[in-house]
Structure formats: C-alpha cells, structure tokens
Design a protein around this ligand. Structure first.
Ligand code: ARG
Length: 461
C-alpha cells in the first residue's frame, strides 16, 4: 500500500516499484530527514497548525526513530519508496493518526530539497577538514625540504632550480583555493527551502524563519518554485570536488614519476604501496594511480548532474532524484582520496641526493649564467646566445657549466671571470630567487607561515 494510494485503482507493477524507489541510496540522509521533520513539527505546533501535544508526541517519536536507526534496531524497508516515506510510515505505525499530521503544509519536494541542503552542508564541513589536514601534511613536508635543491620542469624538461619545499607549496596553493571553493559550497547550501511545499508555498500560517533558525540556516529561499527545483549548490559541490580531484591527480602523477627508477626522487612507505603478483621486484604506486583514475568518475558525476538538470522545466521533476547517487559518489570518493593521499604523502621518504643529482646535470643554471653576463653589462639576448653556445659545447664535450675551465669560458666571452663559478652554484641560484613568491628558502619559509595561518584560523577552537 502506497501513501498516495487513494487516487489509484491498481497496484504498481513491481518493476516500476524498483525503478522508482530511491531508499537504497537516499537512506543515508535519514538524520537530515528526521531533524528536518522535528523542526517542521515544532513549527506546526508553535503556529497552532497542529496541537502542541501532537507536535510534542511527533518530535519525541521521531527522536526515538533516529535513535533506533543509529543503534541498528530499526532497519530501512527496501520496499519503501524513499527515506521520507519510510520515516513517515514508521512514525504512523508507532503513533497512529497523530503521525499523519506531520506532512501538513509540506511536500516531499521541499522535504528532499531541505535534506540535500543539510547533507551538502555537513559534507562540505568534513571535506574542508580533510583539505586542512592535507595542507598540514604538505607544510610539514615542505618545511623538512625547504632548502632541498631540485630542478623545476617545464615541458617535463629540466628548467630552473627550485627547492622541493617550493614545489610542494605550489600544491598547497591549490588546496587552499579548494578550501575556499568548499566554503562557497557551504554558503550556497545555506538556504532553507522548506515551506516551498510542492511548488507554490502554502495557505497555512507557517513560520519558515523559525524552521531555518532551528536548523542553523542563515537564509530562507525567496521563491517557492526555485526552492524546490534548485540543485545549483549540488553542482557547486560536484564542481569543487572535480577541481580537488584534478589537483590530487596532478600531484599523484608527480609521485608516480618520482618513485620510478628513472627519477627515484622519493620512496613510498610499504604501507602505501603494493606488490605485483608476478614480478617480485615491483613496488607499485597504486594509491596514487587510483587517485588519478578516480578523478574520472568525479568529473563524470559533474557532467551527469549538469545533463540531468539541463532540460527540466519548473518546478520539481522526478529526474532530480538522479542527483543523489552522483553527488554521493563524488563525495565518497573525494573523501577517500583526500584521506589516503595525505597519509601516503606523510609517510613517503624524500631522497635529497637524487633530487640534487638530477638538478646538477641538466644545465638548469643556464639562465643564471646568462644573468651573470647581464650583470657584467651585456644585453640579455646576447648573453642568452653565448650561453646557448656554451651548452652546445658542453654537450659535445661531455662537460657541464660547472666543469668548464675559465679558459673555455673566456673563449666564448671576455666578460667571464672566476666568480662565474659562484654565480652558477645551484644553492646560490636558488637563494638568489628571493623575489616575493620565489623558490629561495627564505621565501618558502614565508609561504609555509602563510599556509599555516590559513589552516589555523580555520581550525575549530
Ligand atoms: N525521492 C524523491 C527525490 O529524491 C523525493 C521527492 C519525490 N517527490 C515527488 N513528487 N515524487 O527526488
């Protein structure tokens, strides 16, 4: 028997029942659904729409239902159409006709909208905490390696000297922007839609602002049709998580390269890598690869949600039930990735000597050598050309800029003096890049301080 049984003379085809039902996934919103119903029932009592005593009985019973679900005493009925119908039917089973008064001046349309707003708000808070934790791990690693010279790359070719600390803090920048994006998701979800009812509000003297206050919302939706059909905040979450995954995926790609024998810059902890079933020597970066791979489904969910929403006329349409599995999947996967990635990063070992060796053989101080000549009075383009020739000479003769003799330098230009060796020393090159935002160790220390402050002002007091 369905709650909406009255108008129908035939039972539902059993396949339609399965097709239509959402309880197997929307059951995860039971806490939001029950809390929302308690606020609604309290408001109905206060506004004299139902008796105070009825309101009290409904709230008390809803609280018991919540406790019973929490403790595992009450299981979800897979035959129920959705979580809203399930909770209401248990309520009515327990207190009879009084339970039937709960749905006065409410529709499942504004009820589900309320539940998702609350759910997204809660998850945004948890995801923000995971991002802050990851930032913590990054700043610790950056501090340990604030002066570890390595090559920075463009086109994956050795380019100019940086430090691992600077490299890591570039990722910190991305995750700080992610925190801000997630905070925006929270503020978009912070709108209370209940009272929009099916689409056209209600004639009952309800108090929507009271409900909002009870549930900790700072705004109430301004238009009942938009109130039930807005899923922009779900899309905002799907997008914010896509960007998080894009950042994690780029970082994963670095780690996958870095722990290959060819780079050998880092070694993963045994607890965060896996072996091969056939090749005994292997130690594989599966976590990083899976994080990179899972970005695919999170982008897919964003596309799915945009597509679901694009053709829907106002107001509620059942298409919108498809929002849940997509966003739940993005949330579950992004959370898992953030958590595991942080631990993988925390436990990895950095091989500073390998970073340094790779930096020493790629002419990454060629720009510094040209800058040296500029300081001696040559125009940059002229200096650039001369250093180009020097590099070609080195390659031909198996030398580096460090191992060229002063005579070899002088044969290319008279401006070279013995101090050129100091100017192209990698530590000197990095230290010299002390402009704001540059890779010099002192600049990295400043960046770390800024990031730590960003995290600490956001920590719960
Ligand atoms: N399970 C539905 C959903 O997720 C709840 C709203 C149903 N409303 C309706 N008029 N059938 O969207």
């Amino acid at each position: 028997m369905k709650m909406w049984d009255g108008r129908f003379s035939k039972a539902l085809d059993s396949r339609v029942n399965d097709f239509n039902s959402s309880i197997r996934f929307d059951c995860r919103m039971y806490r939001e659904d029950i809390t929302g119903s308690i606020a609604h029932a309290t408001m109905l009592g206060r506004c004299g729409i139902i008796e105070e005593s009825e309101s009290e009985l409904i709230c008390k019973t809803l609280m018991e239902i919540l406790a019973d679900i929490d403790s595992g005493k009450l299981d979800f009925d897979p035959e129920a159409e959705d979580i809203h119908m399930f909770i209401e039917s248990v309520l009515t089973e327990r207190i009879g006709d009084t339970g039937k008064r709960l749905h006065t001046s409410r529709s499942r349309n504004d009820q589900v909208a309320l539940d998702i707003h609350m759910y997204i708000r809660k998850e945004a808070y948890e995801i923000r905490a995971l991002l802050l934790r990851l930032l913590d791990v990054i700043t610790v690693k950056a501090e340990e390696n604030y002066d570890a010279v390595m090559s920075g790359y463009t086109h994956l070719q050795r380019a100019q000297p940086v430090t691992l600390g600077h490299y890591l803090m570039a990722y910190a920048q991305m995750f700080m922007r992610d925190v801000i994006r997630i905070e925006e998701v929270s503020s978009h979800a912070d709108v209370m839609p209940l009272g929009s009812c099916a689409l056209a509000g209600t004639t009952y003297p309800i108090d929507r602002h009271f409900v909002a206050e009870q549930l900790g919302f700072s705004k109430v939706s301004d238009n009942s049709m938009d109130g039930v059909s807005d899923r922009d905040f779900v899309l905002d979450m799907a997008y914010a998580l896509s960007v998080v995954m894009m950042h994690l995926s780029r970082f994963s790609e670095e780690i996958i390269l870095w722990c290959s024998s060819e780079f050998s810059f880092v070694e993963l902890d045994d607890a965060y890598s896996t072996g091969s079933s056939i090749m005994p020597q292997k130690k594989n970066p599966d976590i990083a690869e899976l994080v990179r791979g899972k970005s695919g489904r999170v982008y897919g969910n964003l596309t799915a949600l945009l597509t679901v929403m694009k053709g829907i006329p106002l107001a509620y349409n059942k298409d919108m039930q498809e929002d849940k599995e997509a966003i739940f999947d993005s949330i579950d996967n992004a959370k898992m990735c953030l958590e595991l990635f942080a631990d993988m990063l925390r436990t990895l070992t950095v091989k500073r000597d390998k970073l340094r060796n790779a930096a020493s053989s790629g002419f990454i101080n060629a720009t510094d050598c040209a800058d040296y000549m500029v300081k001696k009075g040559l125009p940059f383009r002229t200096a650039y050309k001369i250093v180009g020739k020097l590099v070609a000479y080195c390659i031909e003769n198996g030398k580096t800029l460090e191992t060229l003799t002063l005579d070899e330098y002088k044969s290319m230009s008279e401006v070279f003096e013995a101090d050129v060796y100091d100017a192209i020393d990698l530590d000197v090159c990095v230290r010299g890049r002390s402009c704001y935002g540059g890779p010099a160790p002192e600049s990295v220390i400043k960046q770390i301080a800024i990031a730590r402050n960003f995290v600490s002002v956001r920590q719960p007091k």
